[in-house]
Design a protein around this ligand. Structure first.
Ligand code: C5P
Length: 256
């Protein structure tokens, strides 16, 4: 069963935000805008959205996002905003004007910041007559362990801190979260069913796990309750990125 990304409960398997109904988000972790656009154009038939992160955005700027949007692709702007609420709200409004479909904010920015982000997304989109982007909360970065958390003070148990920030994000009005493969099931069990879960760390077993320590296959992650799968190297570093994207899409949607 398919569902629209926005506004409907995630009882089905995945969303649809661009021209293609696919839960696969390809991370464009590539050195140049031309390489990113070339890959995006080739794998587009199997991909629901493309993720533009800090490196690509800082080097190529909003123009790359505009060019990706011109191909009809949905864009996930992964800049992980974390600042005072007013500043984050203005950055989110600018992202809505840029016409992105997903963006990220840090849950550790607090409830006022997350509410401001969601309100800015809704109000700016309404003023432009657009569908608001999905504002995703980032909980504890997977690079942080208990020792790193204890340096900051406060909660030192990573699982408890992830759950705390996830609850705070949902109660602040965010409609989605980024989470690791192992967090999908516990978060699904505790969050309202309408919350979308976006999960990196996806590997099929056919490729290297690279630096990802905790991985799941596409079918397993979807079965656990993921709404979207962020896939980078298994597609962009594959010998045949188009075939890899096709296969991962098929695995995720039960077509393989
Ligand atoms: O190449 P790979 O499939 O590992 O890429 C995963 C993408 O998801 C990268 O852009 C990475 O920065 C991002 N990501 C992640 N783990 C997180 C959050 C984001 O791998 N916890």
């Amino acid at each position: 069963m398919r569902r629209a990304l926005f506004g409907s409960p995630p009882t089905g398997r995945h969303g649809s935000i661009g021209a293609v109904s696919s839960p696969i988000i390809v991370a464009l972790d590539l050195p140049s805008g031309s390489a990113a656009l070339d890959l995006a154009t080739r794998v587009a038939p199997h991909v629901g959205a493309f993720k533009v992160g800090k490196e690509l955005f800082v080097s190529e700027g909003p123009e790359l996002v505009r060019r990706l949007r011109q191909t009809g692709a949905a864009v996930f702007l992964d800049l992980k905003f974390h600042d005072i609420p007013n500043t984050v709200a203005k950055a989110v409004a600018a992202a809505v004007r840029l016409d992105v479909q997903m963006l990220t904010v840090h849950g550790s920015g607090g409830s006022a910041m997350m509410r401001a982000a969601e309100t800015a997304a809704q109000e700016t989109a309404a003023a432009l007559g657009r569908t608001p982007p999905l504002v995703l909360g980032v909980t504890v970065l997977t690079s942080m362990d208990s020792a790193a958390l204890s340096e900051l003070g406060g909660e030192t148990d990573v699982t408890r801190q992830v759950e705390r920030l996830a609850r705070l994000a949902a109660s602040s009005g965010l409609r989605g979260l980024v989470c690791s493969p192992l967090e999908i099931m516990p978060l699904r069990a505790m969050l309202p069913p309408s919350v979308q879960l976006v999960t990196p760390g996806i590997r099929t077993g056919a490729e290297r796990s690279d630096d990802q320590k905790r991985t799941l296959g596409p079918a397993e992650a979807m079965a656990a309750g993921a709404s979207w799968l962020v896939v980078g190297r298994p597609i962009y570093a594959a010998a045949d990125p188009v075939e890899s994207a096709r296969r991962i899409h098929a695995l995720a949607t039960g077509g393989a």
